[in-house]
Write a protein that binds this ligand. Structure first.
Ligand code: HBI
Ligand code: FE
Length: 287
């Protein structure tokens, strides 16, 4: 049996043991948090900023899940449960379907500040949890969990995982001030927080459920394609219908590569050419 199984119950939950974090681990959190807060000004969407503020997550150090849960449960009925790392898909979906967000509780090492293979507490708590304070997004995440259990039984998990990837992890939202970030994988990444809005190379396409379910993704590099929603209500409405006929329709079409563009795609224009003399701070995201 792997080490994880013997430490966690059948739902893979463990205790966070907040008192056990070292000063060095709190220092990694502070560095990551302060850097992200500077970078996300003018880039993170309003709903994320409101959720982060509402949770009281701060630079002071790694938060105690018990304190966050007092606030989160009152707001949307969600709760954070600690897990040792990635858990099996069925366990992951089972938690989401019951408004439990499975968050890792280890933090990356100082030499992993810019890239980490799998989620750590900074990605989960600073990336994912603030948006669970938003009622519409909280409903979407629970619907995703319910849908995941069904997708697994239908053998279409890969297509649903693409929806998660291109929305929950790497989604952008259109606002009156320009494109803004809501995807957790971007919100917890210093480099991609800038690249996703400022770099002219990636495609930025209008949200299209079937298009997303056909589009592959790479986990080891910045996205070549981002999908843009008009609102969280649009995202939640898209998950209302029964996906069974949609899976069948999409399975009959060829998969698409990241970066590929179809004539039917709604393309958002690349960011204005960056001012040569000023470099990235002249990005379109500047409000
Ligand atoms: N487990 N802890 C954890 N966190 C995740 O984000 C996660 C997971 N297991 C499976 C998973 N994500 C994805 O493969 C699902 O979207 C299918
Ligand atoms: Fe994640």
């Amino acid at each position: 049996m792997g080490q994880v199984e013997c430490r966690a119950g059948e739902d893979f939950t463990i205790e966070q043991d907040w008192a056990a974090y070292s000063e060095a681990e709190h220092a990694v959190w502070r560095h990551l948090f302060e850097r992200q807060q500077r970078l996300l000004v003018g880039r993170a969407c309003r709903e994320y900023r409101e959720g982060l503020a509402g949770l009281g997550v701060a630079a002071s150090g790694i938060p105690d899940f018990r304190r966050l849960n007092d606030i989160l449960e009152r707001a949307t009925g969600w709760r954070i449960v600690a897990v040792p790392g990635l858990v099996p898909d069925a366990v992951f979906f089972g938690h989401l379907a019951n408004r439990r967000f499975p968050s890792t509780c280890f933090i990356r090492r100082p030499d992993q500040l810019d890239y980490l293979e799998e989620p750590d507490i900074f990605h989960d708590i600073v990336g994912h949890v603030p948006l669970l304070m938003n009622p519409v997004f909280a409903d979407y995440m629970q619907a995703y969990g319910v849908g995941g259990l069904k997708a697994q039984s239908l053998g279409h998990l890969e297509r649903l995982a693409r929806l998660y990837w291109y929305t929950v992890e790497f989604g952008l939202i259109a606002t009156a001030e320009g494109l803004r970030i809501y995807g957790s994988g971007i919100l917890s990444s210093a480099g991609e927080s800038v690249y996703c809005l400022d770099d002219p190379r990636p495609q930025r396409l209008g949200f299209d459920l079937r298009r997303i379910m056909r589009t592959r993704y790479r986990i080891d590099r910045f996205q070549e394609t981002y999908f843009v929603i008009a609102s969280f209500e649009q995202l939640f409405e898209a998950t209302r219908p029964d996906f069974t006929p949609i899976y069948r329709e999409v399975a009959a079409l060829p998969d698409l590569e990241p970066g590929q563009v179809l004539d039917s795609d709604r393309q958002f224009p690349p960011p204005a050419a960056l001012g040569q003399k000023n470099g990235p701070q002249q990005s379109s995201a500047q409000v």
